[in-house]
Write a protein that binds this ligand. Structure first.
Ligand code: MD3
Ligand code: FE
Length: 216
């Protein structure tokens, strides 16, 4: 059976296959929303959300922080993972066990056993923030998937192909939706459209996205 034949077809109440290796687990994290938010608050008290600069000198509209052994950073020197938060030189906060367990169980539900992320990037979008089409390829082991968890306001995710020129599909991601990207989908271009203003009972005017990675 070719998953592509069933693209966009729900295979049960909460699982959608987007592509070979791309699986949406709708509402998989909804029940854990309040716990995840309180972990985010603790992490960002130590490692504040900040608008990093791209190598080209532009300030990103999404505010970012990280936890785990490795954090993703961008500045004039380029994109990379590093063990210290550049804001102050301290190690990034540890990955909470609630994060690790959620990422592992989502990966398992999508067919990847033993997923052990060493990095979690925390993205916070406020109205007007977006992320242009890009590939995630700074990770050492591309055989490992990326697990993404959306919290708060819905935002339209763009799911492209293996080349920048392939026109992306638009997929709304709402509170608690989890997406697992591995196999042939691991290097697909992707981005998110501009967040529209709204009010979410848990996150207010924001959307958070957690991406769990095996970085190093
Ligand atoms: C598809 N974040 O942090 S999550 C990122 O909503 C990033 O914050 C977006 O792209 C966000 O790098 C999208 C969904 C996602 C994450 C990683 C992927 C989709 C992916 C890696 C490969 C293919
Ligand atoms: Fe990405």
């Amino acid at each position: 059976m070719t998953p592509d034949l069933f693209a966009d077809q729900p295979i049960d109440a909460t699982t959608e296959i987007l592509s070979e290796g791309g699986v949406v687990l709708r509402q998989f994290a909804t029940a854990q929303g309040p716990d995840l938010l309180s972990e985010i608050e603790q992490i960002t008290a130590a490692a504040p959300l900040r608008h990093m600069k791209t190598p080209g000198g532009h300030s990103m509209s999404v505010a970012m922080s990280c936890c785990g052994s490795w954090g993703w950073v961008t500045d004039a020197r380029g994109y990379r993972y590093q063990a210290e938060d550049p804001c102050c030189g301290a190690l990034w906060p540890a990955m909470p066990s609630a994060f690790t367990n959620l990422a592992r169980s989502a990966a398992f539900a999508a067919g990847y056993s033993e997923f052990t992320p060493d990095s979690c990037l925390i993205n916070r979008y406020e109205p007007g923030a977006k992320m242009g089409l890009h590939q995630d390829k700074n990770e050492r082991d591309l055989s490992q998937p990326i697990v993404s968890v959306s919290l708060g306001l819905s935002q339209v995710f763009q799911f492209g192909g293996l080349t920048r020129s392939e026109r992306p599909k638009n997929i709304p991601l709402g509170h608690g939706d989890v997406v697992v990207w591995g196999g042939p989908s691991r290097l697909r271009y992707h981005g998110v459209l501009t967040l529209k203003a709204g009010a979410h009972p848990l996150t207010g005017a924001s959307r958070y996205n957690l991406t769990f990675r095996c970085a190093c």
